[in-house]
Structure formats: C-alpha cells, structure tokens
Design a protein around this ligand. Structure first.
Ligand code: NAI
Ligand code: MG
Length: 333
C-alpha cells in the first residue's frame, strides 16, 4: 500500500486533484489516500490556513499530492509552511514543449531547480512602528546552497543533460549570492563530466526569451527560481501544463505550478495536465518508474492528438474528460 497525503485546497485545486486521484486509482497499484485540509476555505472553517493535523498527515506519508490554494491576506502560506515542515528543499520545475501545443518554443526540455527553504522566502520580514519601512531578510547558507547544487547535478546525470547553470546576482548581493555561487562551484568539482556556467538573474531572464534551448539544468535561489519558472512555463504553453515537485530526503510534495484560478473555478474546465504530470513526477519519486513513464507519455499523447482539451488550449472539454482520456491512453499503451 502506498500512503499518499491528499490536499485539494481551494478553487481548481479541488478539480485537478480529483483528476489526479482518478488517474492514480486507474493504475495497477494500491494507494491509501489521507485527505487533509489547507487554504482559504480551511481558514474560514478552522481559523488557520494549515492545521497541525494536516502537517501530521503529510509527515506520516512519503508523498503529498497538493492541488492549489487561494492565499489568505495576513495568514501564512500553507504550501510554504509544508515545504519548510517537510524540509522539501528542492523545487523541481521541468520546462518541456509538447507536440500539438501552440507555444513560443517547440523544442524546449530543461529543468529549473529552485532552492525551496531560504532566500527571500525565509519568513524574516518586519515593519517598523511608523509603517513606513519594511525589511525582508535574505538568508543564504552554505549547507542549503551545497545540497541544492548537488541535487541539480544529480538531476543532470539522471536526465542525461550536459550542463548545469547557476543563476544568481552576486555582483549586487555580494555576500548572500557570493555563498550561493561559491557553493555551486565547490560541488561542481565532484561532477567533472558536467559542464558548468553561471549567469546573473537579469541576463537569464533575457536568455530565456531569446535562446532558452541553451539551458539544460538551472539551479537558483528561492525567489529567482519562482519568477524564472513561471516565466519559463509561459514559453511552453502556460500554467495549465506546468508540473512541479518539492523534494526532500524524506518527503516529496507534488503540485501543479498554478494557483486556485478563481476566474475559472467551479466550472470544471481547468486543465488537469499540470497536475497529471505532477502525478507522474510523484510516481517517479516513489520509484514507480514504469507507471510514471506511462502517465507522462499518455499526457503527451493526449496533447498531441488534441481531440480532448480544455478551453485554455482552445478546446471545450471538461477537466474529467481530459483525465478520462489520459486513463484510456494509459490502458492502450
Ligand atoms: P493562477 O495560477 O491561479 O491563475 C493564473 C491564470 O492562469 C488564470 O487566468 C487562470 O484561469 C489560468 N490557469 C491557471 N491554472 C489553470 C489550469 N489548470 N487550467 C486552465 N487555466 C489555468 O494564479 P492567480 O490568479 O495569480 O492566483 C489565484 C490564487 O491562487 C491566489 O490566491 C494566489 O495567491 C494563489 N496561488 C496559489 C498557488 C499554490 O497553491 N501553490 C500558486 C500560485 C497562486
Ligand atoms: Mg510562483
């Protein structure tokens, strides 16, 4: 029995998680799902965006499937709390073009590895009594920088990629990104067969627009990774297709990159592909490589055939139509 924590969240988080669970249940594997609450609705009901019970449930499983939440002003972000509590220190965001999808680039296949526990999202933010000045602290440690670099090189090997690029702003953030960059090159010495280089984050933003094919694996700090990965998702067809995995030594949390999309929520027209590709990443993390590959290829085939698709891709199908088509495709593979 594979124990999975299931956190649907808000808005389309519920729709795409239902699709993800339907696909998992169609596989020849046995799952036990442990449902837990988080998000805006949870806050309205329980007065907290993430109850202790949810953290406990997630800690008792190896993998968590997370839909999406609506943020609650002034309250802590449940996904950031979860990432910290479970020490999922790496956020993996594959950027891949799909056949049959009209997008800016049709030949991309790279991975963004984002440090997930510190940087500008460390949670050290204060405002003075005058309310005129607020300060956020950017924490960068050698330990976290080295372990994220190591993971990026290991991913490069397992994906058979040639190079790893470190993205930073060490010319201005001399001390924090000084550590980040130095740690990267220190770890690189253990991987003599992988090419390395480093770019400033602003230049990287431009390179992603003019020559994204150049990238294999990008490793970067928390905020830079957040921004660059959303932008990169835009290169290959948008948020409805962008999966992610938060990986630690003991736990993994798998979630689409997108949010709760209140503009379309409730109509069952959200695209479940980002979630289904996250499901594939989860299966890979659980060493169910055979099924991980099947789910991924089935998603790719459904996109390429283009017969069943949600409105964001120009179709008029519902969320579960796409999920059911993926299930059929898996059966035929
Ligand atoms: P969003 O990702 O929810 O939506 C952005 C745009 O993309 C919208 O037009 C939406 O309709 C579209 N979109 C997103 N996912 C889609 C899908 N699967 N299928 C079809 N269209 C899709 O971002 P937005 O609107 O900035 O944020 C909405 C809420 O979600 C906010 O409360 C935000 O804080 C939260 N959020 C939560 C995240 C999480 O749970 N990890 C991540 C990002 C935002
Ligand atoms: Mg983001």
């Amino acid at each position: 029995m594979i124990k999975i924590a299931r956190i649907d969240g808000d808005g389309i988080g519920k729709e795409v998680t239902e699709a993800g669970v339907a696909v998992l249940e169609s596989l020849d594997l046995n799952f036990d799902f442990y449902e837990a609450e988080a998000g805006r609705e949870c806050f309205e009901k329980n007065g907290t965006t993430i109850p202790e019970e949810t953290i406990k449930v997630a800690k008792n499983t190896k993998a968590t499937l997370f839909g999406a939440i609506s943020s609650t002003p002034g309250e802590k972000s449940p996904i950031i709390v979860l990432r910290q509590e479970l020490d999922t220190y790496a956020n993996l965001r594959p950027i891949k073009s799909f056949k049959g999808i009209d997008c800016l680039f049709n030949d991309l296949d790279f991975l963004i590895v984002r440090e997930n526990t510190e940087g500008l999202y460390s949670g050290y933010e204060t405002i003075d009594e005058t309310k005129d000045k607020a300060i956020a602290q950017r924490v960068i440690t050698k330990k976290a920088s080295e372990r994220i670099s190591k993971l990026a090189f290991e991913e490069a090997i397992s994906l058979k990629k040639e190079s790893v690029t470190c993205v930073h702003k060490a010319n201005v953030l001399k001390k924090t990104d000084g550590i980040f960059k130095e740690s990267f090159y220190k770890v690189a010495q253990d991987y003599p067969n992988i090419k390395t280089n480093d770019y400033y984050v602003d230049a990287t933003a431009m390179y992603l627009l003019i020559k994204p094919q150049e990238f294999d694996v990008i490793v970067t700090s928390n905020l830079f990774g957040d921004i660059l990965s959303d932008a990169s998702a835009g290169l290959v067809g948008g948020l409805g297709l962008a999966p992610s995995g938060n990986i630690g030594d003991k736990h993994g949390i798998f979630e689409p990159v997108h949010g709760s999309a209140p503009d379309i929520a409730g109509n069952n027209i959200s695209n479940p592909i980002a979630m289904l590709l996250s499901v594939s990443m989860m299966l890979e993390y659980l060493n169910e490589t055979y099924w991980a590959e099947k789910v991924k290829i089935a998603c790719e085939n459904v996109l390429e055939k283009g017969k069943v698709k949600t409105p964001d891709l120009g179709g008029n199908n519902k969320t579960m139509d796409v999920a059911n088509e993926v299930i059929k495709e898996i059966e035929n593979l």
